[in-house]
Design a protein around this ligand. Structure first.
Ligand SMILES: [Zn+2]
Length: 218
């Protein structure tokens, strides 16, 4: 796999997004990435087309009422991933946040360490989803951690490396239980701001990480 492959959504994640099978917190990170990534938007259309073709070929009785309800709810909510809805741009601590985050409630910035700050992001209707903004100072590393499920991280400013690739603003980083512990380290002179969502609690082994995990609720 080339380093650039790590900067976009995997086919599996795009498929889950297209089917509405990602938790709202993870779907928010996907919307932020998709708004700025032509390549992932093109891939998403492929999966939506496949999904549409499958639905066309199903006898009507095969679609469960629960699934229909879900589809109609998405249509009602205007949740059409292809179109970015025009929304005001929020700011957090001097950084411009993506328009796709409008409507989210951003909690106060909290310090775990002088070089590591975080703020909770509440996604409307999914307040318990584990979503945070993470700001890490240049040269500092996030605590090493493993994953119990999918983790999506969108780089909003600055950059970092996790040994697999060097990530820049606009890149999406996917990690899951198949990835060994990683320790993202900020590169360059600029602070790094990321939006991150996890499906299940992280497995954190470092002392700093274990101290901050209960605070952050991830
Ligand atoms: Zn992409």
């Amino acid at each position: 796999m080339t380093a650039s492959a790590f900067k976009h959504a995997s086919d599996e994640t795009l498929q889950r997004y297209a089917c509405g099978n990602l938790k709202p917190g993870l779907a928010l990170v996907m919307r932020v990435h998709l708004a700025g990534c032509l390549s992932c938007r093109a891939n998403l259309r492929r999966f939506e087309a496949v999904g549409g073709a499958l639905l066309d070929n199903l006898p009507p009785a095969a679609i469960s009422p629960a699934l229909l309800e879900k589809i109609f709810a998405r249509i009602d909510a205007g949740d059409t991933p292809r179109e970015a809805r025009p929304t005001p741009v929020l700011t957090a601590d001097g950084f411009a946040l993506p328009a796709a985050m409008a409507g989210c409630k951003i909690g106060p910035w909290r310090f775990v360490h002088p070089k590591l700050r975080w703020a909770r992001v509440e996604v409307p209707g999914a307040e318990t989803d584990r979503v945070i903004l993470l700001k890490i100072a240049a040269g500092f590393a996030a605590p090493a951690h493993g994953h119990g499920g999918l983790e999506l991280t969108q780089v909003l400013a600055g950059g970092f490396t996790d040994g697999r690739a060097q990530y820049e603003p606009g890149d999406l980083v996917e990690a899951d239980e198949s990835l060994d512990d990683h320790e993202p380290r900020v590169t360059g002179d600029e602070d790094c701001l990321c939006l991150a969502a996890v499906e299940k609690p992280l497995r954190i082994r470092s002392l700093l990480g274990r101290l901050f995990q209960p605070l952050m609720g991830i």
